[in-house]
Design a protein around this ligand. Structure first.
Ligand code: ADP
Ligand code: MG
Length: 249
């Protein structure tokens, strides 16, 4: 039986009279590679902001593993395993990937610098960082300055940072946006290959990438769920095609 790990019920968000999120009820299964797609301005980022607690909803609830987390602060959601990356790059350009990932690991451990004061603690952090960098295809560049890395590698580093918090649900807002065509597939295939107990909800604009990545797709239009289904169902849905053709016309 599938298990719902993340759910919204009747979630809405108004900005003045404008409904950016309109009565969204969404269920994300544990282990899913769930894509959230829709035209620009459809409310995808707003929905992620509601899920992570960056924005409070005007109405409705968010449930994580069956518990109502609607009123929880963002950092408490992260502690419970709900972590996101942002659409805007948030890295320290002068740090190396190794330094950046070590920082994220010590931050998660919550003991900060004290851990660095023992050799054993230092070794454990480095070891975890190395395996994280390996997983995200960053081992060969871990000593370079982040600012000189190819953009795809920078986005992978951001995802590695989110992953360092040991999420059970990872929310990715257009991780391949701005990444050159030839690096995009690497980004999404690394995300797709994350451990199966990690659930991924991903916003992506490129339909080919979405179709190769997703196990399930929700289509947002004007803040509301317009269609939902498997890749086969969504890719064959003439209404979805019309929305995208209309946008690209
Ligand atoms: P998407 O990520 O799908 O492109 P967004 O969620 O960023 O869309 O935006 C959805 C709509 O909500 C847009 O029309 C946007 O202008 C509006 N919006 C988003 N955030 C705010 C805000 N803080 N104040 C007012 N309007 C907003
Ligand atoms: Mg967006």
């Amino acid at each position: 039986m599938s298990e719902i790990v993340l759910e919204t019920r009747g979630l809405s968000r108004r900005f003045g009279a404008f409904m950016a999120t309109n009565d969204v009820s969404l269920k994300v299964e544990r282990g899913a590679r769930h894509a959230l797609i829709g035209p620009n301005g459809a409310g995808k980022t707003t929905l992620i902001n509601l899920l992570t607690g960056v924005l409070p909803p005007s109405e409705g609830q968010v449930y994580l593993e069956g518990e109502d987390i609607t009123g929880l602060a963002s950092f408490r959601r992260v502690k419970r395993g709900l972590t996101r990356t942002f659409q805007i790059n948030q890295l320290f350009p002068e740090f190396t990937p190794l330094e950046t990932v070590c920082l994220a690991i010590t931050e998660r451990q919550g003991v900060g610098h004290s851990l660095w004061s023992t050799m054993a603690g230092y070794g454990r952090v480095i070891e975890e960082a190395a395996s994280l960098l390996e997983r995200f295809g960053l081992a060969s560049v871990m000593g370079e300055r982040t600012s000189i890395l190819p953009y795809g590698k920078q986005r992978l580093l951001e995802i590695a940072l989110a992953f360092a918090s040991r999420p059970r649900v990872l929310l990715l807002d257009e991780p391949a946006a701005g990444v050159p065509e030839d690096e995009r597939h690497e980004v999404l295939s690394i995300v797709s290959d994350l451990p199966k107990d990690v659930t991924v909800l991903l916003i992506e604009h490129d339909m080919d990438l979405v179709f190769s990545f997703a196990s399930r797709i929700s289509v947002l239009v004007a803040g509301a769920v317009f269609a939902e289904g498997t890749v086969a169902e969504i890719s064959a849905d003439p209404r979805v095609k019309a929305v995208y053709l209309g946008e690209n016309a």
